[in-house]
Design a protein around this ligand. Sequence first.
Ligand code: HEC
Length: 146
Amino acid sequence: MFLKTVLAGVAVAIVAGGSAIAAECTLPADAQAGKTISNQCKSCHVFEADKPSRPTAPNIHDVYGSKAGQRSDFPKYSEGMQGAAAKGLVWTDENLMEYVNDPKAFLIKVNGKEVKHAMFFALKDEQKRKEIVAFLKAIKGKPECN
Ligand code: HEC
């Protein structure tokens, strides 16, 4: 009984210690607003840095500033996204704003021809797009944020 109590105390101390070490995620206001919007993306995308892509969509935790179509754990990039990758497209603010507004039109523009695409979702509201891009920018390289 005594030992059990002592062990329980140790377990509590370890748990408490663990959470004290883990970095807390702090985000600027626009990125914080974007975090709420990211719930709309999470039906397909993974945002946790250390988790693999899902069959529905690639992990986009570190997509900001990266080359398009680079997740090797997502084997189903469309013809259009593979074409964008071959052209070295980078996910800048501008490209993300355009892509999320109209994935199909953006990939046709980048490829310079009719291509298949695979993201059947669009966020038309400009303010919301700015916020989701701010969120992607803010969480890049920060595993504590997702
Ligand atoms: C219905 C599922 C779905 C939803 C919802 C969705 N996406 Fe996607 N997304 C995809 C798929 C599938 C791809 C791969 C597209 C391709 O290969 O053409 C993709 C690709 C992307 C990429 C490029 C990834 C890379 O590896 O280059 C970005 C950036 C992206 N999505 C952002 C978003 C954002 C931001 C949202 C929310 C506002 C969102 N997506 C919502 C399915 C989705």
